[in-house]
Design a protein around this ligand. Structure first.
Ligand code: APR
Length: 182
C-alpha cells in the first residue's frame, strides 16, 4: 500500500508501510553490519527470506565499510538484488553519523545504476539497533535521495522508502513536506 508518492524529475519517490522482504523491485537495501554476516532486524528478515545462499555470497565480499554498500543477488526474494548498506551507529551526532548515513543512500543509488536497476527500496537504515534518531534519519534519507536523483537521474524509475511502522512513515512524509516534494 502506497502511503504517499512524489515525483523528482523522472523518478517516483514512494513512502510505504511494509515488510521490505515482500517487495517486488529490482533491489531492496539491507541495513547490514560491516561484517556482512547477517544479524537481527531487517538484516535477519532479509536473510531468512532470501535463504542460505545469500549468506554464502556475503561471505565472499570481504565485509563493507560504514557509509558504503555492496550488492548481491536476491535468491528466494522477489527482489532480484540485495544492496547491503552499512549505516552508522548513533553516538549523539559527534562522529560524522549524518554524512555516513547520507553516504549509504548515495552509494546504494550508484550501485543500482551501475547494474542498470530501475527500482530500489530502502528501509530506514540505522534507526533500529543503531539508534539513529528516526526523524533526522528520514530527513537525511529523503533529502539525499531527492537531491541525488535531481542532480543525476541514473535512470531510476522508482525509489521506495519502506517504513516498518506508521510512525516511521510519518517522519518520511514530514521530510517530503519540508522539501516541498508534496
Ligand atoms: N522491513 C522493513 N523495515 C524493517 C524490517 C522489515 N522486515 N524489519 C525491521 N525494519 C526496520 C526497523 O523498524 C528500523 O526502522 O528497519 C529499520 C532499521 O533497523 P535495524 O534492522 O535494527 O537496522 P540498523 O539500526 O541499521 O542496525 C543494523 O542491526 O540486525 C543488525 O546486522 C544488523 O548489526 C546490524 C544492525
Amino acid at each position: 500500500m502506497t502511503a504517499l508518492t512524489a515525483e523528482v524529475g523522472n523518478t517516483h519517490l514512494h513512502i510505504v508501510v511494509a515488510d521490505i522482504t515482500t517487495l517486488d523491485v529490482d533491489a531492496i537495501v539491507n541495513a547490514a553490519n560491516s561484517a556482512l554476516r547477517g544479524g537481527g532486524g531487517v538484516d535477519g528478515a532479509i536473510h531468512r527470506a532470501a535463504g542460505p545462499e545469500l549468506l554464502e555470497e556475503c561471505r565472499t565480499l570481504g565485509g563493507c565499510d560504514t557509509g558504503s554498500a555492496k550488492i548481491t543477488r536476491g535468491y528466494r526474494l522477489k527482489a532480484r538484488h540485495v544492496i547491503h548498506a552499512v549505516g552508522p551507529v548513533w553516538h549523539g551526532g559527534t562522529q560524522n553519523e549524518e554524512a555516513l548515513l547520507a553516504s549509504c543512500y548515495r552509494t546504494a543509488l550508484d550501485l543500482a545504476a551501475a547494474h542498470r536497476l530501475t527500482s530500489i527500496a530502502f528501509p530506514a537504515i540505522s534507526t533500529g539497533v543503531y539508534r539513529f534518531p528516526p526523524d533526522l534519519a528520514a530527513r537525511i534519507a529523503v533529502g539525499t535521495v531527492a537531491s541525488e536523483v535531481a542532480a543525476q537521474p541514473r535512470g531510476m524509475a522508482a525509489v521506495t522508502f519502506c517504513c516498518f511502522s506508521e510512525e516511521s512513515a510519518e517522519h518520511h512524509k514530514e521530510a517530503f513536506a519540508e522539501l516541498g516534494l508534496v
